[in-house]
Design a protein around this ligand. Structure first.
Ligand SMILES: Cc1ncc(C[n+]2csc(CCOP(=O)(O)OP(=O)(O)O)c2C)c(N)n1
Ligand code: SF4
Ligand SMILES: [Mg+2]
Length: 389
């Protein structure tokens, strides 16, 4: 599934570096140009017996492709691209061991701009390709980039199953609450009443909350950030990447052409203190210019915003990312009904569960040990087979 530079001219796939780039050692073993590859944090130690030497450190320019970026000037996607290209050198992974897989949309053009392996795949199907790749090549660092339409309309089913399987990859959902690429139709995250070209009298649909959906689908790592704060975004991306299993990050992303200002009420500099609720593990959930607001629990388990002066300091909920029970994280995700009122950002949930690729590999090894060498023909003709005429 990972193209070699020679085979990469086919539809929808691209090789890192474009013209002039050296051949990549995608297997992490053998004498590829640049020498043996040091495995990144997602390594499972594949290639045992191969001498591994430290690869030279990378800088941002090593991750920037030679492709012209075709997003509209001012699009929030630029901030996300810059954040990823600056983070990867810090993480210590290598371009030749990194793969970005996307579906279709403005956001899904992302792989073209990364000097890594990449697949600009089929609408909504990036999770399926990424799952296969993560299982077949656990030594690679796999990222999925998707949009609110790509992940939650046509790809909704694939998205939820990726979450519950806990495949070892990082998924970034660029949520601009609109279909950008196709010029401004409403999406599954657009608010009820949204007037667009496809909803001229206003959308009748209740929007998805991607964080709630991910938590409901048994995601093990769920975070939210936005495109107006690169420092926070970088931290969320790093945490998601370091997570073993599926690291999911919803990124509020401004589409300045078809849905400009969708998140302004909470992300504009002057609104952040009063409308962004930073989640910090082990700390009371408080916000406001002087921490004057807090989040408290109602008798029914739901959460609400209160004034510290009214409820007292001890009433504030202490944030715990590591709770097995997903109810508190889910309640946090329901605190705001849209990005126009106090909205939590940060890590909602970070729990540990067996990772899918390892489980598949282990199961196959167990089956092979007990069943012997696989024989496809005898499998096909075993058990309940019959002839027809
Ligand atoms: C099978 C199929 N159906 C529909 C389309 C048209 N289409 C292309 S992108 C897109 C929506 C993209 O929205 P989103 O994922 O939010 O990406 P954005 O452009 O906003 O980043 C649609 C419906 C398509 N390309 N393929
Ligand atoms: S249409 Fe919107 S999301 Fe797409 S590139 Fe332009 S500003 Fe960005
Ligand atoms: Mg979109």
């Amino acid at each position: 599934m990972v193209p070699t530079p020679e085979s990469s001219a086919g539809n929808g796939s691209l090789a890192p570096g474009g013209a002039g780039s050296a051949a990549r050692n995608v297997n992490g073993s053998g004498p590829g140009a640049g020498g043996p590859v040091a495995n990144g944090p997602r390594s499972n130690g594949a290639g045992a017996g191969t001498a591994t030497v430290a690869a030279p450190a990378t800088s941002r320019k090593d991750w920037v492709s030679d492709q012209e970026v075709k997003w509209c000037p001012g699009c929030g996607d630029f901030t996300i691209l810059a954040a990823v290209q600056m983070l990867l050198p810090e993480i210590g992974v290598r371009p030749e061991s990194t793969v970005f897989i996307s579906g279709i949309g403005c956001s899904s053009r992302f792989p073209y701009y990364m000097n890594t392996y990449g697949i600009h795949s089929i609408h909504g199907r990036a999770p399926a390709l990424a799952t296969g790749l993560a299982i077949a090549r656990p030594d690679l660092d796999v990222w999925v980039v998707t949009g609110d339409g790509d992940a939650l309309s046509i790809g909704g089913n694939h998205f939820i199953h990726l979450m519950r399987r806990n495949v070892n990859l990082t998924i970034l959902l660029f949520n601009n609450q609109i279909y950008g690429l196709t010029k401004g139709q409403y999406s599954p995250t657009s608010e009820t009443g949204k007037v667009t070209k496809s909803t001229p009298y206003g959308s009748l649909d209740a929007p998805f909350n991607p964080v709630s959906l991910a938590i409901g689908a048994e995601a093990t790592f769920v975070a939210r950030t936005h495109d107006m704060d690169r420092k926070h975004m970088t931290e969320m991306l790093r945490r998601a990447h370091d997570h073993k299993g599926t690291g999911f990050v919803e990124i509020y992303q401004n589409c300045n052409v078809y849905n400009n200002g969708a998140f302004e009420d909470i992300t504009a500099k002057e609104n952040r203190a009063s409308n962004l609720i930073p989640l910090e593990h082990g700390r009371p959930i408080r916000f406001g210019e002087n921490g004057e607001h807090c989040v408290v629990r109602n008798p029914d388990g739901s959460l609400r915003v209160a004034e510290v002066a009214d409820v007292g300091e001890d009433a504030a909920v202490i944030h715990d990312e590591y709770l097995e029970d997903s109810s508190p994280a889910f309640a946090l995700s329901r605190l705001a009904s849209g990005p126009h009122e106090p909205t939590p950002i940060g890590v909602f949930r970070d729990i540990s569960r067996p990772e899918y690729s390892e489980e598949v590999t282990r199961q196959v090894a167990t089956a092979q040990a007990s069943e012997g060498e696989p024989d496809l023909k005898s499998l096909i003709f075993s058990g309940g087979t019959w002839s027809t005429n």
